[in-house]
Design a protein around this ligand. Sequence first.
Ligand code: DGT
Ligand code: CA
Ligand code: CA
Ligand code: ZN
Length: 575
Amino acid sequence: MPDRKTEVLEMLRELAELTMLDEQDPQSFRVRAYESASQAIAAHAGDLGALSVKELQKLEGIGKSTAEKIRELLDSGKVAKLELLRGKHPPGVVALLRIQGLGPKALQRLRTELGVQSIDDLRRVLAEKRLRNLAGFGQKSEEKLAQSLARLEAQGPLERTPISVALPLAERIVAALRDVPGVVHAEFCGSLRRFCETIGDVDVIVAAADPGPVTQAFLAMSFVDRVLGQGDSKTTVVTRRGTQVDLRVVAPHQIGAALLYFTGSKGHNIKLRMRALARGLTLNEYALSRIEGGQIVAGETEEQIYRALDLPFIPPQLREDAGEIEAAERGALPPAIPPLTGDFHLHTTVSGDGRSTLEEMVAAAVARGYTVLAVTDHAEGTVSGVPRETLLAQRQRFRALQATLGDKLRLLHGVELNIGPAGELDYDLEFRRQFDWCLASVHDHFDLDRTAQTRRVVAAMQDPAVRMIGHLSARMIGGRPPIELDLDAIGAAAEETGTALEINGALPRLDLSEEALRRLRGRNVTFLLDSDAHRADELERARYAGLHAARAWVDPQKIANGWPRQRLLDWIAAG
Ligand code: DGT
Ligand code: CA
Ligand code: CA
Ligand code: ZN
């Protein structure tokens, strides 16, 4: 079951995180062992449940002690070592790791010397200016931490779960519930179905005549930490990472009304209900029915309900009461994002952090129906980057592979350049120009001020070899804040230089942000939807980039990898 794999990956991730805290060293041998085991498990295609400790050890990157823990989890659902670490490092402490500039060593001192056990504690200690008196800290580091905390909080309430955590969790729940006998339909709704970047709680809706077996299966899932509420058709649990999940079981003939209601948003629902009233109808989570007589008009599908309200189907990502109902009424909803011709940002094993070979990436791209593919390993300016010779050798392999592919897939030999603090780029212009495709991105110096950051990115855009800026803000949702940028200056430079901006679909990034996309909406800027895949199965993330772009009402005409192939190739050649 693919389910077990997620479970193992989640355990390894948590082990790595807690061990890092425990040993106060991100580079400790054990932390790296868990990370390399994660990569091995992620790359493993077969059934994990069937593997013995010995067989697990045969996978490259998995040692004996990790193999034993994996087996322990698969057999008993619990791992003693993990339980021990959880006891020592409660969730409040783990949450403190999200503050930039606060490493495990400093964190340990805050805990022992000032009793800081949570973000609230830290806020208090900072307000009381008690940190500056700690040996080795001082006023400067106190101010820096206060700033990091403020920037983290400015991203939204800290209790919300990033989509990168919530989506895999919800997909796993839904997949498991679909296998329960009697289940007709299972789907996640709420803000997650609308593809919001952070989620208050996960809402799962299931259609089944008998809620009993569904509830039982749900409560038996391994991520459940505690049960907050349990009724006949509604169950609420909290996962070990602190995410709340609501399960509701409805009758099969009500599923459309339930999906619509629990997908929200609340504002969208209210407008729909007013629309219903104006037609002598009433809309709730069970059905759309006549006010007089109570006869049901629609309820089995969302499409039927929208139709009965004289509207076309409105995709969940648009249901924010941001003018979508009015646009739908005028027949002016934004057109759907077309299927993509290819991907323009991905890494292979040539990069230090890539996990799939060039051949594996190409095979996966062909399987997705792509006809263009830019391979963009890291240039030497980043930790995972490589020198010229390596890229030149890759180019040889590339040309040979292209010959075997013929016209089916056009390969572009690309590179992801690193943008230095003053906008300087890797190698030299002549070498950069030899690539079929150069993108440039920020991977360090996140603390520069707005003027310096803007200048740096604009300088990269002005480079004649650079065709696209990757993950513009370098943010990690719920983690690293975006770099500060003057988006109007960036937009103007993009128009002037013809540099495209990436919409990066990696769930921790989703960068450009929705806010930035809205801000650039009026401009003549070209976008590309990319996966930034480091493994072949991550090519799927380009689809997330599409959902994210749709949420921001990006005009599909501006998405270059949505254009017909020849137009796209002409645009690339013209650069
Ligand atoms: P979240 O969980 O804070 O990220 O946001 P949502 O949108 O998932 O909100 P949630 O979980 O409270 O409720 C799920 C959906 O259920 C919501 O989008 C709309 C619907 N809903 C919940 N409460 C109400 C309500 O009081 N009135 C209306 N009209 N709809 C509601
Ligand atoms: Ca929710
Ligand atoms: Ca909810
Ligand atoms: Zn990349």
